[in-house]
Design a protein around this ligand. Structure first.
Ligand code: CA
Length: 221
């Protein structure tokens, strides 16, 4: 899952990026409204965290312009504590949720997980696919109840496939949602990671759909 953080406070931006990276997300950061608007307009994000008070272009305008051009990714706005009107304006501009500053990182992470889940059609925080279970709260995967060891890239890949299970996911979609903007995006690496995952889970669970991509599924067909 890929997240965009748009926040002009350097310290807070850094804290957000590191907490989200630790939680298993690929994270891009922008420090003003123009840069944030551009990234959100051109890159596919699973969730955006958008500050309201931003230099060059304020958060509300950024959000309105995205929505006007059908950029429909989940957006969580960061508002100042006492500015209740920012929440109203933000939600009306197309925000999906808000967090008032100062906030606990754990609360923000829970809200991010909820948006990722909802966007992929899951209501519960545990996602099951046959013998596999993904606990989105702890970023752990178990197979028949036994934890499986995954590197961070393997985790990102498997978590994405589990959120979108029973659907064919193309290689380019995986590359776009699993790596940061400045990552060297060679789609052959996806194949390598798929190969490694097949050694850790029942290998036929990840099916290669020729010319289209991969599908994680439990059925035998
Ligand atoms: Ca700000």
């Amino acid at each position: 899952m890929r997240v965009l953080v748009v926040e002009d406070d350097n310290d807070l931006n850094r804290q957000l990026v590191s907490a989200l990276s630790d939680a298993g997300y690929a994270v891009d950061a922008a420090f003003d409204g123009e840069e944030g608007y551009f990234l959100g307009d051109t890159e596919p994000y699973d969730v955006v965290i958008l500050d309201i008070g931003l230099p060059k272009m304020d958060g509300i305008r950024v959000l309105e312009q995205w929505r006007r051009s059908e950029r429909n990714m989940p957006v969580i706005i960061l508002t100042a504590r006492d500015r209740w009107s920012d929440k109203v304006t933000g939600m009306d501009a197309g925000a999906d949720d808000y967090v008032a500053k100062p906030f606990h990182m754990q609360e923000l992470l829970a809200r991010v997980r909820a948006q990722v889940r909802r966007a992929s059609g899951h209501a519960k925080s545990d996602i099951e696919c046959g013998p596999l279970r993904l606990d989105t709260k702890t970023a752990r995967v178990t197979l028949d109840g036994q934890p499986i060891k995954l590197t961070s890239h393997e985790y990102r890949l498997l978590a994405y496939l589990m959120h979108h299970n029973e659907r064919v996911v193309s290689r380019s979609e995986l590359v776009e949602h699993l790596y940061e903007q400045d990552f060297d995006r060679d789609s052959n690496t996806i194949e390598v990671f798929i190969g490694r995952l097949r050694k850790k889970i029942p290998p036929d669970m990840i099916k290669t759909i020729r010319g289209l991509g991969y599908r994680l599924s439990v059925d035998e067909s």
